[in-house]
Design a protein around this ligand. Structure first.
Ligand code: IPD
Length: 255
């Protein structure tokens, strides 16, 4: 199967999972760890996605937020069945299904679907990024005072939270405005689509940012570590941007 065909499979699967989630409430809520929730629908969404992807591509491996799976392989799907579980639980429309495909260790397909807005973001390596089939591009805003910045607080890790706290108000003072969506995949798509200029968060997981990263990269954006010594894709400590405001934001994060 070509990458294009795998991307189309990811799109169909994300839409099918979204359709199922839209018709169910978040019952059976469980606590995975302090302030970290999972619902029965996260598990059911992951089961559906896993079944669809692996029956079409039996040669591939699968890694999901809820069930885990292969850590490396020739071809691997990396899936967050509900990114923004708390939003979903609380009836907030901003949650996404995030499906990435990794080939020989490189992220090559990104698919993020937000059922609440019916927006499907899709990208394949070297082919650009789209939202509902229309090409998207990062913004050309380079003036930090005009920048909209999305943020996650790393709120489950006291060290990350303390660091974020230190830079929060200097950041707010330097930019136009700040957003906290509750879905890292959606945040990355907002930067990719030119609705925001940057997204930053520490300590998130590959299934949260894998698909959004491909979409951002293919839309002309870039990703670097929160700190210059952090490799973003392996640490999950990210500063994603349109590639025009990152130097100034990085200076605020690393005073
Ligand atoms: C969470 C969301 C949230 C981010 C958290 C993630 P989940 O994913 O992406 O925006 O701040 O760090 O864990 O748990 O809803 O899949």
């Amino acid at each position: 199967m070509t990458l294009r065909e795998k991307a189309a499979l990811a799109e169909r699967t994300a839409r099918e999972a979204g359709e199922m989630l839209e018709h169910h409430h978040a019952h059976r809520i469980m606590l995975k760890s302090e302030n970290d929730f999972v619902t029965e629908m996260d598990t059911r969404s992951e089961q559906l996605i896993r079944e669809r992807l692996l029956s079409a591509c039996p040669e591939d491996e699968f890694f999901g937020e809820e069930g885990g799976g292969a850590t490396r392989s020739h071809g691997r799907w990396v899936v967050d069945p509900i990114d923004g579980t708390v939003n979903f639980m609380r009836g907030d429309r901003l949650y996404t299904i995030s499906i990435a495909y990794e080939l020989e260790g490189e992220l090559v397909i990104g698919c993020v679907y937000c059922p609440g807005t019916d927006e499907l973001f899709l990208a394949v390596r070297g082919e650009g990024a789209t939202c509902n089939g229309k090409p998207i591009q990062v913004s050309d805003i380079s003036n930090l005072r005009r920048a909209i910045v999305h943020i996650g607080f790393g709120h489950r890790n006291p060290e990350y939270l303390a660091e974020t706290e230190q830079v929060l108000f200097p950041l707010i003072r330097a930019i136009s405005d700040l957003r906290r969506s509750g879905s890292a995949a959606y945040d990355l798509c907002c930067v990719a689509a030119g609705r925001a200029e940057a997204f930053l968060e520490q300590g998130i997981n590959l299934y949260d940012y894998g698909a959004g990263y491909v979409i951002l990269r293919e839309a002309g954006g870039s990703m670097q570590g929160w700190h210059p010594w952090q490799e973003p894709l392996s640490t999950g400590c990210l500063l994603a941007s349109n590639g025009r405001v990152n130097a100034e934001i990085s200076a605020i994060l690393n005073p």
